[in-house]
Design a protein around this ligand. Structure first.
Ligand code: SF4
Length: 257
């Protein structure tokens, strides 16, 4: 970790989304981040480390998804389906829980995660879905809208979330309110009003019990457009917040495509 740290500027600027260069170095060592995530790392320095890790980020994700798959196998599917807003049934003699994630239908079976009757190999989809099922969200949604920073231990994610999600939406639809509304419609969002005073508010159900509220303020002569994303204050009961932040980022990638 120290060898990695020595290649970093040591300014703790936070642009990589970590609070300090040391925290970043630790994550690179654990193959949770890449050297290139720090914008100040030169190609030569990046290369000097790229050969060394024996465990890659993909290996890590696969390991976590396999561990969660084991856990989900022992979860009571009937209880889980009720708690997370899924549909339970017996299909070909086996139990399944079916629900939508970002408008795509998934089936959790004792054998794993399936999409269109095919085993899903995407580690991140598996991690998110399995975590959502195994937690069996123990509290109803509160209806209170909060930002990511509301949840404990999220300080290091807030900056990255802002640049990878909120700023991305604002920049992509700056002076293009009609395009933004159209995209919301295409992704089956439903217009909301009330809680936050914004020029446009739209709700998306990323998972049946994970609503996302997109609030958008149009550009004017003085300011660029801006966007804020809100979650229900019970979201952390349904899914690990780090996974949720990633799910929102995936949604935004799709949204701005
Ligand atoms: S981006 Fe991260 S690792 Fe790079 S200098 Fe800033 S805090 Fe340190």
């Amino acid at each position: 970790m120290i060898e990695i740290y020595k290649k970093l500027p040591g300014t703790n600027c936070g642009k990589c989304g970590e609070p300090t260069c040391m925290a970043f170095a630790l994550k690179v060592k654990n193959a949770q981040r890449k050297m290139s995530d720090c914008p100040y790392v030169t190609e030569a320095d990046e290369g000097s480390f790229s050969q060394k890790p024996t465990v890659t980020m993909d290996d890590n994700y696969e390991r976590v998804s396999n561990k969660l798959e084991e856990e989900v196998r022992n979860t009571n599917f009937k209880e889980a389906a009720i708690a997370i807003g899924g549909h339970y049934e017996i299909k070909n003699g086996g139990e399944i829980v079916r629900f939508k994630m970002m408008n795509k239908t998934y089936e959790v079976r004792k054998e794993g995660l399936f999409e269109n009757n095919k085993y899903c190999h995407d580690s991140w989809s598996k991690i998110i879905v399995y975590d959502y099922v195994r937690r069996k969200g123990t509290r109803p949604l509160t209806g209170d809208w909060v930002t990511l920073g509301h949840f404990p231990d999220t300080a290091s994610h807030v900056k990255a979330f802002q640049s990878k999600a909120e700023d991305k939406v604002a920049e992509s639809f700056n002076k293009n309110m009609d395009g933004m509304k159209l995209r919301c419609k295409e992704l089956r969002g439903s217009e909301e009003s009330g809680k936050v005073k914004a020029d446009y508010v739209c709700r998306f159900d990323l998972l049946p019990r994970i609503p996302l509220y997109l609030c958008f303020w149009e550009a004017d002569e003085e300011f660029q457009a801006s966007c804020k994303l809100f979650l229900d204050s019970s979201a952390d009961v349904y899914i690990d917040i780090e996974y949720l932040a990633y799910l929102v980022e995936r949604f935004v990638e799709l949204f701005v495509k």
